[in-house]
Design a protein. Structure first.
Lengths: 217, 309
């Protein structure tokens, strides 16, 4: 049987656990269960865990090596003792958040055409989905959303734009997300939101695991 | 202390901002974290104290009070009131003294710090400037926490700690998609030279060399990356992620440059050539532990010098 996960060393002080599973809600919920389980260990050397779609990276500090010799050995043992099924199954209810969206993106016509849909059909399909925040990365507060309708998958632009405006809602392959600040970027822009996604004090408006819908305005 | 001219790319950096990668805030921190570590040992500061990371041309600094300072990392012919300074050594500055950097001799990044540290604002437990948010903002007038003077009896021992700029070897540990490289690519990675291109900065070093390829194109999904990660770009070229790396990346990863050699790499500039040497994870850990030991020894010997005087 294929092992349910693969461990890869990311640096002297980080290791990545990759689930050998199809990208989707199931894989992501498993990632969040592992995160919770890791956190509950209260290891003094654990710095942080960074989840993604189907993997989670564990960052440690130097003191890990005061009592251990290898991240690989340590986590191979830990995972074999903590079989996936045993990870806490009382998974907490996610929070549903709404993002107001104006479908005025510069690539909306191109994207609808690519999907062989009318703009109205495209907008209806995009708005009806409940998305899950799979990871936050690229920029502070940038959510990578899971769950987009397969009919809306559009490859990212061949040449990234030097400037994508703050609040732009974009599609990159099977992923969709929102630029919380102006930045270079290669995703197809379908709309904009006025919602602030990152604040220096409150940090990210969205958290990994949150459910999100887009409300047309 | 007043920074009269900012210089190119000067930022305050400590060892980085940890704990916020899952909200997309990258760690940042000093490019040459070992040089910063050494600086804080020499000054007797906390190991995570922030220093000014300086590139050439450097800033012009005027002291407004007495303090003890030191410089580590690159060699930019630093002078205090026209008197040439040596790196890895402590100096006394008095009000009105003037620190400038005259020529670029060796290395790319110099660290300038004061005993007791700079009075600068922090954000999320770190004083490093987050490049994506440009926050905390750079300030040109900085108060010092400690207005101290060197005692006459204090002997000024310089610390011997240097880079081997002649040796072009950068050691890495293979991981992730390394085994999926085709045979020619593995051979090129291990046996040919790579040039550091001008598109290299605090985010990453873009290299130019024989294009590499995986045996099979692979559908990649964004996942966590960090300082030292070696990524394979679609055109077959490599990028080594540095201190300002984003928290996630979607390119195949071939492994990571070991901590000690990330510091060395950060002191190499455009047009420098490097060669990769593959080592095991176990050896990488051993090198890290050895470096730690060296720092502890330097720390102990400096404390001993202070006591004897």
């Amino acid at each position: 049987m294929k092992s349910p996960f693969t461990l890869s060393i990311l640096s002297e002080k980080a290791i990545c656990i990759f689930l050998n599973k199809k990208i989707g809600l199931e894989a992501h919920e498993e990632v969040l269960k592992i995160k919770k389980s890791l956190k509950s260990q209260n290891w003094p050397w654990l710095v942080e865990t960074v989840p993604s779609y189907n993997s989670i990276s564990i960052f440690v500090d130097f003191s890990f090596y005061n009592s251990n010799t290898s991240l690989l050995t340590f986590f191979e043992n830990w995972f074999s003792e903590n079989v996936m099924d045993e990870f806490d199954s009382n998974f907490q209810e996610s929070i549903l958040k709404q993002i107001p969206i104006k479908y005025d993106g510069i690539d909306l016509d191109y994207v609808s055409n690519y999907c062989k849909l009318s703009v109205n059909e495209f907008v209806a399909l995009y708005s009806k989905t409940i998305y899950t925040v799979a990871m936050i990365g690229f920029l502070p507060g940038f959510p990578y959303l899971l769950g987009m309708d397969e009919r809306l998958f559009v490859p990212r632009k061949n040449t990234p734009r030097l400037k994508v405006a703050k609040g732009s809602v974009g599609i990159g392959g099977f992923q969709t997300g929102v630029y919380p600040s102006e930045s270079p970027g290669g995703w197809q822009i379908i709309g904009t939101t006025a919602l602030e996604l990152f604040d220096l004090e409150k940090l990210s408006y969205l958290s990994i695991g949150d459910k999100v819908t887009f409300k047309p305005i | 202390m007043k920074i009269l001219k900012k210089g190119v790319l000067s930022t305050f950096q400590d060892q980085g901002r940890f704990g916020y990668q899952s909200v997309g805030v990258n760690t940042g921190g000093a490019m040459d974290s070992l040089a910063l570590r050494l600086l804080n040992i020499i000054l007797g500061n906390h190991s995570n104290e922030a220093a000014l990371e300086i590139h050439f041309p450097g800033p012009h600094i005027e002291f407004e009070e007495s303090c003890i300072f030191a410089i580590t990392g690159a060699d930019f012919n630093a002078t205090l009131n026209e008197k040439l300074l040596t790196k890895n050594k402590i100096y006394q500055a008095k009000s009105g003294d003037y620190l400038v950097f005259k020529h670029k001799l060796n290395g790319e990044r110099l660290y300038f710090g004061v005993k007791g540290g700079f009075e600068i604002s922090d954000w999320l437990h770190s004083k490093s400037t987050n490049a994506q948010l440009n926050f905390p903002e750079f300030s040109q007038i900085i108060a010092l926490r400690n207005k101290c003077e060197l005692e006459n009896s204090q002997v000024n021992y310089g610390v011997s700690f240097d880079y081997d700029f002649v040796d072009k070897k950068i050691r890495f540990v293979p991981s992730f998609e390394f085994d999926e490289l085709d045979i020619e690519s593995k051979d090129s990675l291990l046996n040919s030279e790579f040039l550091i291109t001008k598109d290299s900065n605090r985010m990453g070093y873009r290299l130019s060399g024989e294009p590499l390829a995986l045996l099979q194109n692979k559908e990649m999904v964004s996942a966590s990356v960090t300082k030292g990660t070696i990524q394979l770009l679609p055109d077959g070229q490599l990028i080594v992620l540095m201190a300002d790396a984003q928290v996630s990346g979607g390119y195949p990863k071939l492994g990571f440059v070991i901590e000690k050699d990330v510091s060395k790499l950060s002191q190499l500039g455009f047009q420098s050539k490097i060669e990769f040497e593959m080592i095991s994870y176990e050896l990488a850990v051993e090198i890290m532990l050895q470096t730690e030991k060296t720092f502890n020894l330097i720390n102990k010997s400096l404390k001993l010098c202070e006591k004897e005087n």
